[in-house]
Design a protein around this ligand. Structure first.
Ligand code: PLP
Length: 393
C-alpha cells in the first residue's frame, strides 16, 4: 500500500539531494572541524559554507547562526539566555498556543523564579494584540512568541510584536520551527533578537536545529564546555547534519515561492472538498493568515483518533493535535485557547503537506474521508441526537 504522507508538521522526508550531500561526511570527510590538521580543516571549510546557506534562508549573516541539536534546544536556550542576561527582570511574555518546547519551560519557570504572562488568542487563532501590548512591563525580560502555529498554521504578527518589545528594551524570541522554509523570512527587515528552527521540518534529518542570535544581542550559552560555535554552544559539531541542513536551506531558498503556491493550491482544494462533502465540519483558524501547507479541520461528534486509525487503513498519515501530544486524549491546548467547543476540538485532524505531495494524495483523502466520518457518526449517540433534532425542526 502506498503511503500518503500528510503529516509534514510532525516531520518531513529528507530530500534525496540532502541525503547525497551528507553521506561523504560519514566515511570520507569525518574529521573534527576543530582539529589542527588539514583533514579536519577541510571539514571546517564545508561547515562554513553550510552556515552561509543556512543564514541565507532567513536573510541573516553566518556569524548569527548557532547550530543546536533540535528546535526544542534552540527554544530553551533562547529563553534561558534572555533570563540569564537580564537578572534584574523576572517576567516572561509568551502565548497560550506555543509548542511544548516553549510552553512547558515557561510553566516550569512560573513555578520557580518568574512571572509568566501567556497572551490569549481569539476564536480565529489570532494573537490578542491589545493583551500583548498591556502585558509588556518594565520587569519583562523577554517575549517568546511563535511565528507559525504547528497545529493550525496560523501566523502571528511577530515582526510587529518584536518592534513593540524593542521600543521597551525587551528581548524578543520567536519559535519559527514551522515557518522557516514555508514562508519568506528576512531578518534584515525586522528587530527580532532570536529565532529558532529545526532541520527535520524542512527536509533535513532529525537532530539538527538552529538558533539565530542577532549580532550584538547579549547571549548566555546553555550547553557549556567546548569552544564550538564561538563558545555559544559546546559540543563537537554534527557535521553530516549541518552540511545536509545547508543543502536543505539552499533548496528551500530557491523554491520557496513556486512551491508554496503549489502546496497552497493542493491544501485549498483538500479543504474545499472536505468542507463541501462532509457536513458539520469546519477549519480551525481558516480565516487567519496561515502557512500554505497546513489545515486543521474539526468534524463534530467524532474522535480525531478514530479518524486517524481508519485513514491509516488506506495509508493516509495525518495527525490530531500536535505530534508530541497525540496519544493523550486531552483536546489540544491550542484549540482550547481558541475556544473551540469540546465536541469539535475532540474531532480535529491536522493535514500538513509538503513539496512532495501530489494531486493524487489529495484525491485519495477526498475519496476515503467522507465515508469514514459517516461510519463513525453512525456509531455516535450524539450524532444520532443531532440528526433527529435537525429533522424535527
Ligand atoms: N516548535 C514548534 C512550533 C514545533 O512544531 C516543534 C516540533 O514539532 C518544535 C518546536 C520542536 O522541534 P524539535 O522536534 O526539532 O525539537
Amino acid at each position: 500500500m502506498k503511503t500518503v504522507y500528510l503529516d509534514n508538521n510532525a516531520t518531513t522526508q529528507v530530500a534525496p539531494e540532502v541525503v547525497e550531500e551528507m553521506l561523504p561526511y560519514f566515511h570520507e570527510l569525518y574529521g573534527n572541524p576543530s582539529s589542527m590538521h588539514t583533514f579536519g580543516g577541510q571539514v571546517a571549510k564545508k561547515l562554513a559554507d553550510a552556515r552561509e546557506k543556512v543564514a541565507a534562508v532567513i536573510g541573516a549573516t553566518s556569524d548569527e547562526i548557532i547550530f543546536t541539536s533540535c528546535g526544542t534546544e534552540s527554544d530553551n536556550t533562547a529563553i534561558l539566555s534572555a533570563l540569564a542576561v537580564t537578572p534584574e527582570k523576572r517576567h516572561v511574555v509568551t502565548s497560550r498556543v506555543e509548542h511544548p518546547a516553549v510552553k512547558v519551560l515557561c510553566e516550569r519557570l512560573a513555578e520557580k523564579e518568574c512571572r509568566v504572562t501567556a497572551v490569549g488568542v481569539d476564536a480565529g487563532g489570532n494573537l490578542d494584540m491589545n493583551q500583548y501590548k498591556a502585558s509588556l512591563s518594565p520587569d519583562t525580560a523577554m517575549v517568546s512568541l511563535m511565528w507559525a502555529n504547528n497545529e493550525t498554521g496560523v501566523i502571528f504578527p511577530v515582526e510587529e510584536a518584536a518592534l513593540l518589545a524593542r521600543e521597551k528594551g525587551i528581548l524578543f524570541h520567536t519559535d519559527a520551527v514551522q515557518a522557516v522554509g514555508k514562508i519568506p523570512i528576512d531578518m534584515k527587515k525586522n528587530t527580532i533578537d532570536m529565532l529558532s528552527f529545526s532541520g527535520h521540518k524542512l527536509h533535513a534529518p532529525k537532530g539538527i536545529g538552529v538558533l539565530y542570535v542577532r549580532r550584538g544581542t547579549r547571549f548566555s550559552p546553555y550547553l557549556i564546555g567546548g569552544h564550538q560555535e564561538k563558545g555559544r554552544r559546546g559540543g563537537t559539531e554534527n557535521t553530516p547534519s549541518i552540511v545536509s541542513l545547508g543543502k536543505a536551506c539552499e533548496l528551500a531558498t530557491q523554491n520557496i515561492e513556486q512551491e508554496s503556491r503549489r502546496v497552497r493550491n493542493l491544501r485549498d482544494r483538500l479543504e474545499r472538498e472536505i468542507l463541501s462533502r462532509i457536513p458539520n465540519s469546519s477549519v480551525n483558524g481558516g480565516k487567519a493568515p496561515r502557512l500554505p501547507n497546513t489545515t486543521n479541520i474539526s468534524f463534530e461528534f467524532v474522535e480525531g483518533e478514530s479518524i486517524l486509525l481508519l485513514m491509516d487503513e488506506y495509508g493516509i498519515c495525518a495527525s490530531s493535535g500536535s505530534a508530541c501530544t497525540s496519544g493523550s486524549l486531552q483536546p489540544s491546548h491550542v484549540l482550547r485557547a481558541m475556544g473551540v467547543p469540546y465536541t469539535m476540538a475532540h474531532g480535529s485532524v491536522r493535514f500538513s503537506l509538503s513539496i512532495y505531495n501530489k494531486d493524487a494524495d489529495i484525491d485519495l483523502v477526498i475519496d476515503k474521508l467522507p465515508p469514514i466520518i459517516a461510519r463513525l457518526r453512525e456509531m455516535s449517540p450524539y450524532w444520532t441526537d443531532e440528526k433527529s433534532c435537525r429533522t424535527s425542526l
